[in-house]
Design a protein around this ligand. Structure first.
Ligand code: IMP
Length: 176
């Protein structure tokens, strides 16, 4: 297997911070007068969640789900498994799925359908990153931080094989 390395910075922490602030304002306006449950998809979206929730001015609650990801590969298998379910009920609540990145869309499509069956008052999606060129199913985020090209990225919570999550910038992973 070729060795991976951090090739270059794609989005700096300052660029990300500015965009997260503006997403927070947009979400606060859209949910004015309501309470919002942020459903964070572990583990990649944790950093985004922690920044975003502090930019939202309506009352927010948080809960977490873990689904199977790529493991040591960089391609989605299409098979999604719930590794950790929500602790709370979402019945009749306004819910916003917080994702790190939408690639093929397979994970999110599964999550969306699964959560909709639990009868939330509303269900929307916010993603920090979107790779629209790679989409294999018909799903779009309601809020998106950045649209990026078809490159594998790490940092700001995103990993490759559990590595690089701690990087403050979003960086492109290269191969030696
Ligand atoms: P999808 O089901 O193909 O849309 O994959 C979504 C999930 O794959 C994300 O939540 C990430 O965990 C992972 N993923 C997709 N692209 C990347 C990437 O470029 N870097 C790191 N993780 C990624």
């Amino acid at each position: 297997m070729p060795e991976k390395y951090v090739e270059r910075v794609l989005l700096t922490k300052d660029e990300i911070q500015k965009r997260v602030i503006s997403l927070g304002q947009q979400i606060s306006n859209d949910y004015a007068g309501k309470e919002l449950l942020l459903i964070c998809v572990l583990k990649g979206a944790v950093v985004f969640l922690s920044d975003l929730m502090r930019e939202i001015t309506v009352p927010v609650f948080i809960d977490f789900m873990a689904v199977s990801s790529y493991g040591a590969a960089t391609e989605s298998s299409g098979i999604v498994r719930i590794l950790k379910d929500l602790d709370c009920s979402i019945d009749n609540r306004h819910c916003l799925i917080v994702e790190d990145i939408i690639d093929t869309g397979l994970t999110l499509l599964y999550l969306k359908e699964n959560l909709l069956s639990r009868k939330p008052a509303s269900l929307k999606i916010v993603t920090l990153l979107d790779k629209p060129d790679r989409r294999r199913v018909d799903i779009e985020p309601d809020y998106c931080g950045f649209r990026i090209a078809d490159e594998f990225v790490v940092g700001y919570g995103l990993d490759f094989n559990e590595r690089y999550r701690f990087l403050p910038d979003v960086c492109v992973l290269g191969e030696k």
